[in-house]
Design a protein. Structure first.
Length: 224
């Protein structure tokens, strides 16, 4: 009888392990790991090839899971193909229920995928900023320990700059500081658009009297 942690409902009320659920959970974990490393290789390849724009970089990463046709495949035989084109996005592999935004505790935001979903649920910049500032520095480090993610650094800078208020200065500075130690911060910084760079510079100017601002400006490559 299983007496360990039952995070995924794998153990029934009688204490017996549901091996079908266990196998499905392992398959999901393997697929997620494969998708991560496939995208990771695509990012490295795109940077090494010195892509011309962030959009091109993003397109390369989004298409990283696609596989070329085999030698004998023909477009006319498309109806015979049984393999889905978008394997990484297959609903059967990634179906689960998320809590609503009102029921969500920020401590339950465990990774970048979850963060992105919650961020997009909040279309208003002020709501996005409230959500961002509700995260502790430990939360941010955990969520973005591998990487900040495509476009998210620019999105966060835009929101913090657009909704800036003196009463929020301390929290905004803490977020900016913490992001500098997150995974692939330099790469995310490299792909900021010109408008996002201007917003960043304006935001840091508003924080120019804050303690530690010199180090933050240095990390972002901004001279005030």
């Amino acid at each position: 009888m299983w007496k360990g942690k039952n995070s995924f409902g794998i153990v029934g009320a009688d204490g017996e392990v549901n091996f079908s659920k266990l196998e499905r959970q392992i398959d999901k974990s393997v697929a997620a790991d494969e998708r991560y490393w496939t995208q990771n290789e695509a990012k490295i390849r795109a940077v090494n090839n010195k892509v011309a724009s962030y959009e091109e970089f993003e397109d390369i990463v989004k298409a990283s899971h696609l596989k070329p046709l085999a030698k004998g495949d023909r477009i006319s035989d498309m109806d015979k193909f049984t393999q889905p084109w978008n394997i990484a996005s297959s609903k059967s592999n990634y179906s689960f229920t998320e809590p609503s935004g009102s029921d969500l505790s920020t401590s339950s935001v465990q990774n970048i995928t979850h963060f992105s979903r919650e961020w997009k649920k909040r279309p208003e910049p002020q709501d996005q900023l409230t959500f961002l500032l509700s995260l502790s520095q430990a939360d941010i480090k955990r969520i973005f320990h591998a990487e900040i993610g495509l476009g998210l650094l620019g999105d966060m800078i835009t929101v913090m700059g657009g909704c800036f208020d003196d009463s929020l200065a301390e929290g905004i500075l803490a977020v900016l500081q913490t992001l500098t130690v997150c995974g692939r911060f330099e790469m995310s910084l490299m792909f900021l658009s010109e408008s996002e760079k201007e917003t960043l510079k304006s935001l840091l100017k508003k924080l120019s009297t804050a303690e530690g601002i010199t180090e933050v400006c240095g990390a972002y490559g901004i001279k005030l």
